[in-house]
Design a protein around this ligand. Structure first.
Ligand code: UTP
Length: 477
């Protein structure tokens, strides 16, 4: 049971912060409505909010870019035998960490998914091109396959937010946790931040409710600490946290090669990268400032830097962030210990529905306010020995962001099919293709049927599959 919020103390704090307009419908609110508003206000750190309003709303300045940005070094995809042997060695190291039960899976799924416009948690979106498996199932199967291969219990932490927490938990329960032990799937909510208008005033989304939104994927690190998840990890002997976003169906949930490099370097936080397709591709840029690693958002990257090329015409800043990281548990503990959380907030101008003086909800056509968000990659400059590892994006990255066009369900399914087709051909199975090389049928492989190339060969042989004739899902037996 929560204690009822202390109305007079909250009113005083709101008034001191110049925010008491949020009580303007008070006389008309029910007991429930009053309590809701007070609870939301009680969660606000008005000192911090005041500072954010000063910095980002009253006196906004462009993001402060370090003046000395250089391209960040990265470990390239192997082209030589020595590099292949090295990856092999790292794979062994990562496999041993997984088998020793030192690695947790972590999905951030607290976002609002406004661009996709799907009605429900994004992880419930049915992305499988043949199977129609939802994103959460795709990840669960990846984890389950690694559990079976390694014999290790791999806890999976799923970060939700107030808006999708219950729906996410219900979805997992309805699907019996996709075969994972119930006790090894842990849900927790991230923090929420209030939005303000361009004068720095809190916005009401309803007479009894503030306009609030999740505090960004960077809030995940704070939430891991506040919700007791770091302590849970410590109890389980977890040392490394494999982080990914809910929108990428190609992600390998636990990549032993990546883990091996991360552990070998004694890294606090490591990142995967893909080479950008063009200077303005919408990926963050891995850069160095001094000896610190940064990700500079595409929108903050000056055009002349983005377009710089080396003597051979290659982009200098070619390393794009694909939002896959490994974090050392101790690093997250350090960032979140005591005092103020280390990551900064960024401002985002948004169209924020609000109530007018008559209490009616208005959805604006133009941005009318500012949301505050933290980004997980802002932890990189604080990390010692960070590793950036190049991956083949065709195998690992195809996010579902938009309803249509680039980075949409259509492109993610296309990339899932392309990858499955390549894997099948490598296993000796013929896949029909058109004259541009695109598969003409839909194919999809569950990691529960075959995780490795060898397994796929065996499964295809067992199932008598030598060519693909129509849409085919190679699912668990
Ligand atoms: P995006 O930045 O793509 O945002 O999140 P989004 O909320 O999913 O989608 P839009 O912008 O509203 O269309 C990237 C990843 O970070 C997670 C998302 O769930 C997604 O996995 N995320 C984002 C959070 O967990 N919390 C947040 O506050 C923001």
């Amino acid at each position: 049971m929560h204690n009822p919020p202390d109305e007079s103390a909250i009113r005083r704090r709101a008034a001191d912060a110049g925010q008491d307009h949020v009580f303007r419908f008070w006389a008309d609110l029910s007991g429930y409505g009053r309590r809701r508003l007070l609870e939301q206000l009680a969660e606000i750190d008005f000192r911090q909010l005041g500072r954010l309003i000063e910095r980002h709303v009253r006196h906004p300045e462009p993001e402060n870019l370090p003046a000395d940005l250089q391209p960040a070094p990265f470990i390239p995809l192997p082209t030589t035998d020595a590099q292949r042997r090295e990856r092999c060695h790292m794979r062994g190291r990562g496999d041993r960490l997984i088998a020793a039960g030192k690695v947790a899976a972590f999905t951030v799924a607290g976002g609002q998914g406004t661009r996709l416009g799907y009605n429900g948690p994004k992880g419930a979106f049915r992305v499988g091109p043949v199977s129609e498996r939802p994103l959460f199932q795709v990840f669960a199967e990846g984890i389950l396959a690694v559990r079976r291969a390694s014999g290790a219990a791999i806890p999976w932490y799923v970060m939700t937010s107030e808006t999708n927490d219950q729906a996410t938990r219900d979805f997992f329960a309805e699907h019996d946790y996709f075969g994972l032990p119930r006790g090894d799937v842990l849900f927790f909510r991230q923090g929420m931040m209030p939005a303000v208008d361009f004068k720095g005033r809190l916005i009401l989304s309803a007479p009894d409710s503030l306009a609030r939104s999740p505090d960004g994927h960077g809030g995940s690190l704070l939430a891991l600490a506040r919700r007791g998840m770091l302590a849970d990890m410590a109890d389980r002997g977890i040392e490394h946290i494999s982080y990914w976003q809910v929108d990428n169906p190609l992600v390998p949930p636990l990549d032993p090669v990546f883990l091996g490099y991360h552990a070998d370097a004694g890294s606090d936080m490591s990142s995967k990268m893909a080479r950008k397709r063009d200077p303005f591709e919408k990926l963050g840029n891995f850069c160095l400032s001094g000896d610190r690693l940064h990700v500079i958002e595409y929108s903050d990257m000056p055009d002349d830097l983005a377009e710089q090329t080396d003597g051979e015409g290659r982009l200098r800043f070619e390393a794009g962030s694909i939002a896959i990281h490994i974090l050392a548990r101790r690093f997250v503990e350090r960032l979140t210990a005591g005092g103020e959380f280390a990551l900064p907030f960024h401002r985002a101008e948004k169209k924020i529905p609000y109530v007018d003086e008559a209490g009616e909800t208005v959805t604006p056509d133009e941005p009318n306010g500012v949301k505050f968000e933290m980004f997980v990659f802002d932890a990189l400059p604080l990390a010692e020995n960070p590793v950036v590892l190049e991956i083949d994006r065709a195998r690992e990255f195809s996010p579902v962001k938009n309803a249509q066009g680039e980075d949409s369900p259509a492109t993610a399914r296309r990339d899932m099919v392309r990858l499955a087709a390549d894997r099948l051909e490598a296993a000796g199975v013929a896949v029909p293709r058109d004259n541009t090389g695109e598969p003409t049928v839909q194919v999809e492989i569950s990691p529960l049927a075959a995780r490795t190339g060898e397994e796929l060969k065996r499964v295809c042989a067992d199932r008598g599959l030598t060519e693909i004739a129509g849409d085919t899902y190679i699912g668990p037996a």
